[in-house]
Write a protein that binds this ligand. Structure first.
Ligand code: C5P
Length: 314
């Protein structure tokens, strides 16, 4: 059963990626929103070691208090970013996939030294499925900028370390980005820093997104959408920098897979799991190649287990 499911799933990823790729080769793809430049002569990376080393070489860079224009504009960005570079033994990265609902994985997730969650995914009322501990959140800029998320007030975003991402154009400077973010996150971020003096909340340097995208493209036989990776992939890469071992939940879909988008909301949309805007199908294909646990755990329980970057020498 596991082998059959694995085969079907990988075929499905393949189908999605081929579909995307056709759009490129047919010349229909005229969208390059972020003006991404990619040299198709880049050497392809295929072995697990090559992929891990390529991902490791994308450095964890957050905006600092000295970066312009943030320094000039008085953003009180904390000096010691993101829990002062703490390193953890075991880490759980919990996607928001609908398939987590009813998984009973909560207790296991909470047994990890660090737990990373995404966007507005709650734990309250879902602890049996996803646990209750949160160490980090990775947020896209919509959560910060759109009033319905109530970022400045909601307790979901307090007493937790937060990494926020928003894409800039491929060649943009920070100054350009500041004037043209995807969503207007900067005034809200400034307010937050003024209001909560000890907030451990940081902005990911947007160049990191294109570094990660390039690794994705260098490891794919297909041409990918020229959009940033999903929060999930950013979270996985972040955790690999900080943890000896990373367990990620329902990123590579298990036999519990469902059309339900999020465990915390009833809406159905298969694109949440397979990708519509992000190069998600390839992110997941790659993550599946990096894991070193048994098929049955991946495809029945929905867990991939990946050794952290510190455990490899490049
Ligand atoms: O939808 P949202 O971005 O808030 O979800 C957080 C992350 O969880 C996504 O970026 C994606 O990587 C992952 N996810 C998934 N399958 C789903 C929903 C979310 O892999 N059905």
């Amino acid at each position: 059963r596991t082998a059959k499911f694995k085969e079907l799933l990988l075929k499905e990823f393949h189908r999605v990626l081929m579909g995307d790729s056709k759009v490129f080769t047919s010349g229909l793809d005229v969208h390059n929103t972020y003006d991404v430049k990619y040299d198709s002569n880049n050497p392809k990376k295929s072995s697990r070691e090559e992929v891990m080393c390529a991902l490791k070489s994308v450095q964890l860079r957050a905006i600092t208090a000295d970066d312009e224009p943030f320094s000039r504009l008085g953003f009180k960005i904390p000096r010691a970013p993101l829990q002062e570079q703490r390193h953890f033994n075991t880490c759980a990265v919990v996607t928001s996939a609908g398939a987590l609902l009813g998984s009973d994985l909560g207790e296991f997730i909470d047994s990890h030294d660090m737990v990373l969650r995404f966007n507005n995914a709650p734990t309250e009322n879902y602890t049996e499925s996803v646990g209750s501990k949160t160490t980090f959140r990775v947020l896209n800029s919509q959560v910060v900028a759109k009033p319905e998320f109530n970022f400045l007030e909601d307790p979901l975003y307090r007493n937790v370390s937060i990494l926020i991402w928003d894409p800039a154009n491929y060649t943009s400077t920070l100054e350009d980005w500041y004037h043209h973010p995807d969503y207007p996150l900067f005034p809200v971020y400034k307010k937050l820093l003024d209001r909560y003096k000890n907030a451990d909340v940081h902005l990911l340097n947007p160049q990191v997104l294109w570094g990660l995208w390039s690794v994705l493209q260098d490891t794919s036989p297909y041409r990918l959408r020229r959009n940033p990776p999903s929060s999930g992939f950013i979270g996985l890469w972040f955790a690999l920098h900080r943890c000896e071992r990373v367990r990620m939940f329902e990123y590579v879909p298990s036999a519990r897979a469902t059309r339900r988008c999020h465990y915390h909301a009833p809406a159905h949309d298969a694109a949440c799991t397979l990708g519509a805007w992000h190069p998600l199908a390839h992110e997941k294909t790659l993550a599946e190649r990096l894991r070193d646990n048994k098929d049955v755990q991946v495809f029945q329980q929905g867990i991939i287990d990946v050794p952290g970057f510190r455990t490899i020498t490049c």
